[in-house]
Design a protein around this ligand. Sequence first.
Ligand code: ATP
Ligand code: MG
Length: 250
Amino acid sequence: MALLDVRNLSVSVEDQEILHDISLEINKGETHVLMGPNGAGKSTLGYALMGNPNYRINEGEIYFNGLSIKDESADKRAKAGMFLSFQNPLEVPGISLASFIRNAIVRQTGQKVKYSEFKRNLKESMELLSFDESYKDRDLNVGFSGGEKKKAEILQLLMLNPRLAILDETDSGLDVDAVRTVSKGIEAFQEKRDGALLIITHSTRILESLHVDKTHVLVKGRMVRTGDASLVDEINQNGFEQFIEGSAAE
Ligand SMILES: Nc1ncnc2c1ncn2[C@@H]1O[C@H](COP(=O)(O)OP(=O)(O)OP(=O)(O)O)[C@@H](O)[C@H]1O
Ligand SMILES: [Mg+2]
């Protein structure tokens, strides 16, 4: 049984259908990459999978761990072990990075988290991400640089340990060193929990040190091709043009 099983999903935003007939299966421990031109619907797919109420599912099904979650709230999906790192993380004044993460853990597990243990894990994960410890007391993302916001997303990933993480362009806008650091964080996630990943990206740098099981190409709201890791290189050489023509001919 696949961990995530998306079947013939169509999704609308503001009464306009953005995603058409999307199917996708991700097994436990697998890493999938989702590529596609700007505006193809990649972030839309992330939001729809996570249960953002602005995205309406017209047709199809989403099974997570064998259960249909299509009608569940975003909160329930997070509790079930789904995680989305945002392309543009929100600033949240009044709540520190550390409290935000701790609350999220408590909400999702329904269990109390020992403070000493939490503190130790947080310190370890921040070190792994070369994230200065002082940031834990800063308001979540407020005044963080673009790169720091992305690191904060990966920190949440490491602390929450979801079964499936959807990373929406977590690597965009990162300098060379930060890409390596974030990639190290993702690798640690893969090893720690055998978690599954759906990585939405335009760049291959983040993928260099990661094992990729499958690559999907989304164009104009349709999955036009699925292949192995080599598809990433092919796209980088030839662009999306081939797929755009292909989809028009269909
Ligand atoms: N809330 C919304 N209101 C109106 N249109 C929307 C909304 N969300 C998405 N869209 C439209 O849906 C299409 C797909 O957008 P989406 O953000 O999913 O693309 P993307 O593949 O993530 O692109 P990028 O690579 O630029 O991040 C776009 O044409 C966008 O304008
Ligand atoms: Mg996007």
